[in-house]
Design a binder for this molecule. Structure first.
Ligand SMILES: Cc1ncc(COP(=O)(O)O)c(C=O)c1O
Length: 406
């Protein structure tokens, strides 16, 4: 007879499979042909013997393949060893970590920083430690799972405002005497940006802190960044696994906040520190970004090209101006089908389904990087248009006609 847990697991997996929501890993390998001229061609990988152009990575500036950064990692490992060997408060905190924290402060204008091994743990640690059952916290409807999990564990009362709606945010702030408002700079699944300056003004008015998860904005967005961030944002979470192309994260804020987290954040205190080699790498990546503004420019050009080609081909995008370009299909199975047909053409895009996004809003999440070649972007759009019409997903003109009939 099978155990209770086995029965539960089998039943849940079966239900997910039935709904087209089962998640499975794919084993990817390096495209060795590409490695000969890695820095000049679109990101690619090999899956089951076939090469694909990668339109689903968050390596927005293509830094994960920059030879100088591989050298920085190597040098970091030679200097400090390959691991940190302990948690930060034991012997896991080195001058490599301090140098990265200082660079991040210089880039954002915050007083102090604290490093974590991932953005997920930075967010959960921050939420769990900063808030408790006496706090009411206001958050955008679409904030990341790590924020929700951390808030849940904190015991704080969570009030959600309508996505990017200043009216809805203000209503909640005014009604609840909230301690903080939480949002993302660039929303990970929609690619749109929060109105940071206006939210900051609202927070000041209502004596609440503004906390921003900057995972998808850091090192890519202009505007409030570059030493301006701290004037608008009380607490900023940046991650190194997206535009910096490596791994890890930091919470940035006042010295008092960081000292408080050092003494109380369980994820920080009871976990092996980010390796010094990874800290040295993230520092080198941040400096590389600053020294190569042409990468941000190339990314912007690629986004503009992709959007123009989609408009010309009537491919119905969500309207984002960032590297994250969603195309809502709605039905989870149909979304998978479109992604699979694109794969048959050598194009790899993310198929995002509930619970990552709300039910009925399954989507393709196409991400552009500075490393994509123009001809590969053109191939991607041409294939998208063909596959969408073959599978029966309405293109823009047909969609408008349907809307007009309502
Ligand atoms: C908005 C947002 N915050 C945080 C994270 C977590 O960051 P990390 O991948 O470094 O754990 C992600 C990752 O997908 C994200 O999209």
């Amino acid at each position: 007879m099978s155990s209770l847990l086995e029965t539960k697991i089998v039943a849940r997996q079966h239900a997910l499979r039935e709904q087209g929501l089962l998640r499975q890993r794919k084993v990817l390998s390096v495209d060795h042909d590409l490695n000969t001229n890695a820095s000049t061609s679109s990101p690619r990988f090999v899956f089951e013997g076939r090469a694909y152009i990668n339109f689903s990575s968050n390596d927005y500036l293509g830094l994960s393949r920059v030879p100088e950064l591989a050298e920085a990692l190597h040098l970091g490992a030679q200097t400090y060893g390959v691991g940190s060997g302990a948690s930060p408060l034991v012997t896991g905190y080195s001058d490599a970590h301090l140098a990265l924290e200082r660079e991040l402060c210089a880039l954002t204008g915050h007083e102090a920083a604290l490093l974590f091994c991932s953005g997920f743990s930075a967010n959960t640690a921050l939420m769990k430690t900063l808030f408790d059952q006496h706090d009411i916290v206001v958050a955008d409807k679409l904030v990341h799972a790590s924020i929700i999990d951390g808030l849940h564990d904190s015991g704080a009362q969570l009030k959600r405002f309508l996505h990017n709606s200043l009216e809805s945010a203000e209503r909640l702030l005014a009604r609840h005497h909230a301690s903080a408002l939480i949002t993302e700079s660039v929303f990970s699944m929609d690619g749109d940006c929060a109105p940071i300056a206006q939210l900051s003004a609202l927070c000041r008015q209502h004596h609440a802190w503004l906390v921003v998860d900057d995972a998808h904005g850091f090192a890519v967005l202009d505007g409030y960044r570059n030493a301006e961030a701290a004037k608008l944002i009380d607490v900023q979470v940046v991650t190194f696994g997206k535009a910096l192309g490596c791994q890890g994260a930091a919470v940035l804020g006042s010295q008092a906040l960081i000292d408080f987290l050092v003494s109380n954040a369980r994820e920080y205190i009871y976990s092996t520190a980010l390796s010094p080699a990874n800290a040295a790498l993230a520092l080198a990546a941040a400096q590389y970004c600053t020294a190569h503004p042409e990468l941000q420019q190339k990314l912007r050009e690629n986004i503009t090209l992709f959007k123009r080609l989609c408009r010309e081909a009537n491919v119905p995008l969500l309207g984002s101006d960032t590297a994250i370009q969603p195309l809502i299909i709605g039905d989870a199975r149909q979304t998978l089908q479109v992604a699979e047909e694109l794969r048959a053409a050598g194009i790899w895009v993310g198929a995002i389904r509930p619970p990552t996004v709300p039910v009925g809003s399954a989507r393709l999440r196409i991400t552009l990087t500075a490393a994509h070649a123009a001809e590969d972007i053109a191939t991607c759009v041409a294939q998208l248009a063909q596959v969408l019409s073959r599978v029966g997903v309405p293109l823009v003109t047909e969609r408008q006609a349907t809307d007009d009939h309502r």
